[in-house]
Design a protein around this ligand. Sequence first.
Ligand code: NAD
Length: 493
Amino acid sequence: MNESSGTPSKELDFQTDWTYSPAPESTDHIEFPEKNDLFINGKFQPPVNGKYFETLDPSNEEKLADVAEAGQEDIANAVAAASKAYDKVWSKIDPAERGKYIYRIARQIQERAREFAVIESMDGGKPIRESRDVDIPLSAAHFFYYAGWADKLDYAFPGRKTKPVGVAGQIIPWNFPLLMAAWKIAPALAAGNTVVLKPAESSPLTAMKLAEIIQEADLPPGVVNIINGGGETGRALVEHPDIDKIAFTGSTEVGKWIMKSVAGTPKKYSLELGGKAANIIFEDAPIDQAVEGIVNGIFFNQGHVCCAGSRLFVQESVAENVISKLKDRMDTLIVGNPLDKNTDIGAINSKTQLERIKMYVDIGQKEGGQIFQPSCSLPEKGYWYAPTLFTDVSQSHRVVQEEIFGPVLAIQTFRTVDEVIAKANNTPYGLSGGVWTDKGSKIFNVSRDIRAGVIWANTFNKFDPSAPFGGYKESGFGREGGLEGLLPYVDLD
Ligand code: NAD
């Protein structure tokens, strides 16, 4: 209001009144069983020990369903079913037939994309825009991509003959439940292996929907088995003597335990672990685009991304400008209902994860870091955390060195290319990174010297099934995606 004249001021109205109307995605068409059983040998079956655990909607803490917890006997049954299917069917059938089954799975995911997207957001807390536009289409794309390789393996590694490895035990985390299942199952099946998959305990529902699709696609029984449970179930799967290969995506801590556990056994293994990606903004970068890239890299999807750009390095001459624009952008981010199409930042996946984020922000402040959080209001029920940035931090701060896996960004400045490369490489991780500059030569120089599996240039968090993804150092080894993603699932003669 213009106080002197009493007439509304247009500028003020725009700033204070402008907001999006709610646009929630409907859940009317969504159905999942109240009790989700184990998927073993082509059938849904209750666990031998009769144990179930709850899966919650993290945005309101309401129970969504009960999920069977696989014990030793169930794991033994699943591995036996996978071994039999490997010996009798899957390693023997015409590879083109294998491809047809995998195409069928891909098409079914596409057909049921909306249902998958809504369940992913309900069970995991991620914004529907993310599950609708990223998780589900990319999952279908992975199955399509590897379906294409099934009958072309002789051309994948010229001059070499490929043989499948056998039964793959696959363990995945909660941040991209369906996508991680697709990354694991699609190349394994294409190369002629059979699978026992264990989803994460806090987001098991889309994997169970995938089991429905696998059943509908008429895959021979035992080719894919999906069992749920927590760390103990994962541990028992890793230790099962008839598993030929372990594929694990999750924390570096569990990855290290897996390495010790399989040492001295003939089991193959690949590990996709944590990250602490550096996003580097040079003074000649397109600043507005870079700010959008930073936001996309760390705040969208609540920072629950292994390759999240959780460290930001800004060249000193543009630091003030970048930080000011970033704070302005953070003020406009919408935190709230994951099913609302306007939402940028959804719920934190679990109470444990929320406590971990709070613990790290506390540590960062105690170590002298300054935080900024926009004045967004967070819902009262559920697990929520406002986007947060740290300034006044240095290389030795724990928020700069350790993976937080939440919407928390640590900002540092730099003056020279050599300085920023040294700083970017100074963590135990090496999964991903980003470079923002107008100069192609700088992109090549910096990305060559940064020890990370993926470097994005003037963009961030972009994926394609034909591009390999994986890490260096404590971010793991083995690649998923692309031709390289077949390697963990074949022996080469
Ligand atoms: P986590 O290691 O706690 O759990 C991952 C999976 O391992 C879950 O299914 C869990 O039940 C299981 N598990 C736990 N203990 C186990 C054990 N002793 N033996 C076998 N399995 C066990 O990790 P999380 O908290 O679910 O996921 C977050 C982590 O995953 C982060 O560190 C993130 O960076 C990483 N991640 C990496 C990638 C990648 O591609 N590099 C992708 C997504 C997530």
